[in-house]
Design a protein around this ligand. Sequence first.
Ligand SMILES: NC(=O)c1ccc[n+]([C@@H]2O[C@H](COP(=O)([O-])OP(=O)(O)OC[C@H]3O[C@@H](n4cnc5c(N)ncnc54)[C@H](OP(=O)(O)O)[C@@H]3O)[C@@H](O)[C@H]2O)c1
Length: 235
Amino acid sequence: MQIKGKVVLVTGANRGLGKQFAKSLLQAGAAKVYAAARDPGSVDIEGVEAIRLDVTKPADIAEAAAKYTDVQIVVNNAGALARGALVDPASTQDMRDLFEVNVIGPLAVTQAFAPTLKKNGGGAVINVLSVLSWVALPDAGAYSASKSAAWAVTNALRGELREQGTLVVGVHPGYIDTDMVAEVSAPKISPASVVEQVLAAVERDEEEVLVDDTGRGVKQSLSTAKPIYITGIPG
Ligand SMILES: NC(=O)c1ccc[n+]([C@@H]2O[C@H](COP(=O)([O-])OP(=O)(O)OC[C@H]3O[C@@H](n4cnc5c(N)ncnc54)[C@H](OP(=O)(O)O)[C@@H]3O)[C@@H](O)[C@H]2O)c1
């Protein structure tokens, strides 16, 4: 699918990876980019249309879907992270909160825009998942569970939306250099590199995107006798 000439909506576009998506999409020739954010006033990207969209608020989602009927590609990028051990009962609330943002949110956005994508020729849904869809990170079990669930949702939607010609893309990065992991000292890929690889993959109609060695290594281990989700990431 060509990016050039497309109308794209990006969630969480005010900073981090989402901001990079918005900028790179314009550079790639997108006709229009709706840069969605909880606070549209926080969007400072020249050339985009800033819109209000908290992915946990059904009213925001319904309003956006009713207003922006020219959307052809949805980038479900907005996401949140919480730290803490799953065995600690305090993590249960984190689990609920993260599922709202990382699982139910992108699902609800996709449900709301699916008829628009169909009407506009099929288009694409790009879901920003994680390498943690496939392995739990110590101290981030709730986040890992949410990204596993988001992967399952992505796979289910891919099957459901294939008939209407919508390409459903799952992206599984390791660490990206954004606020989300500012305190992490491990190697990180740049947001620009992630987005460049995702857009190139979409142009080739690819349904899964691995952008770094971490993603490729974890994926490869899944079919081995000792997959990384059993051996675990050293903490
Ligand atoms: N950074 C990494 O290492 C990494 C690795 C793999 C995958 N990812 C995924 O990449 C995506 C982008 O994350 P990032 O690294 O750019 O993180 P980030 O810098 O923390 O940005 C998160 C973005 O999501 C938005 N957001 C959070 N809750 C939202 C809600 N309820 N409704 C709408 N927007 C909301 C934030 O908006 P506010 O400014 O309003 O908070 C912000 O724009 C996420 O899905 C994340 O899980 C990140």
